[in-house]
Ligand binder design. Sequence first.
Ligand SMILES: C[S@@+](CC[C@H](N)C(=O)[O-])C[C@H]1O[C@@H](n2cnc3c(N)ncnc32)[C@H](O)[C@@H]1O
Length: 374
Amino acid sequence: MAIKDLHDEPFDDSTIAKLEIFEAYAEAWLPTFIMLGSSDICVFDFFAGTGFDKNGVAGSPIRLLEKIQGQKENILKKNVKVHLYLNEFEPNKRKQLKFEQLKAACKAFLEKDDELASHVEMVYCNEDFQELFPKLLPVIQKNPSLVYLDQNGIKFLSPKYFLEFEKTNRTDFLYFVSSSYFWRFGEREEFKMHLDIDIALAKSQGYKFIHRSITQQLRKKLHPDSGLMLYPFSIKKGANIHGIIFGATHPRAVDKFLKIAWQKNKINGDANFDIDDEVGNQQLDFFSPARLSKIDSFKKKVREAVLSGQISNNFQLLSFCYRLGHIGTHGAECLKEMKKNGEVAYDAQSPMVTYDSVYHKTKKQLVDYQVKKK
Ligand SMILES: C[S@@+](CC[C@H](N)C(=O)[O-])C[C@H]1O[C@@H](n2cnc3c(N)ncnc32)[C@H](O)[C@@H]1O
């Protein structure tokens, strides 16, 4: 199957949507590890492209450099070294022109900022991902690492790469997947050898949900005790559905990603379009029952879990939110409504469904929810 080169044309809206999520996550991730005082932190962009598109719009490596630059003050104060690994490889070209463009673009960026350049180690690689990944895996595993895998297609989602992230505990990753290729070609042997997906199951859920479905199926490939959490963000590109899969083991990372995803789409939090047909479609007609929005249907689940005793404090509620791909705010709103209706009581100003209230060393506080009325 021929794959178009992303850099032959200006980036389209779906590429920009992807890049904005990539950079928003870098912006949230960098200060955490810089302020924690880690002496070395690593960022890997395994499919880095050229730096810019045809119109001079920044691609992932330049956006990463901009976000690193945005943290310059903290980087200097904490004396942190950021190691930025950028790989670009054109499988069918003898001359690696894109790699040369990438290096030139990044060098030009850093030449304008000596202070930053002295705290950033640039590691340029020009290798096929499948050869480079095993070489860099020990570096990923040893350091706090943020990994971008902005592949063309689907090939590198293969368990032999993907499952490696299960074994790391300070790695957050964002994978790009051309998910709708599975819909069309997933039954073919050349697809199955990379990733064996139950296509009949995916098709039973509907075309729009192909990226969600692949993410759900990948979760099932993880070890039962795996701490790795995976979240989809579907991106519509014309008739195609692509998407990002975010993965991390630490709840702080999950919290950051979910906040970004719900900021990008306040209705569904997992797509750059109205994936569940929610807009203007709450009640189809006067006679059909009102359809619950994604957030309301989540709140309904929270309410049932609280009334049944399955959730009895803020620690349990936040983990319930994360498990179902919601931000703590949605859980908190539900608890506030329940308190107002006299269904629960808690001895605090708010239901405290935030990362800090549950995980922060000094700010955490357990808040019990007592059911008053069922
Ligand atoms: C989707 S693009 C990445 C775009 C980039 N993130 C940006 O913002 O410009 C994928 C890139 O991976 C490169 N590539 C293709 N096959 C590769 C392989 N086997 N190993 C490494 N890079 C590869 C392509 O040349 C292309 O530039």
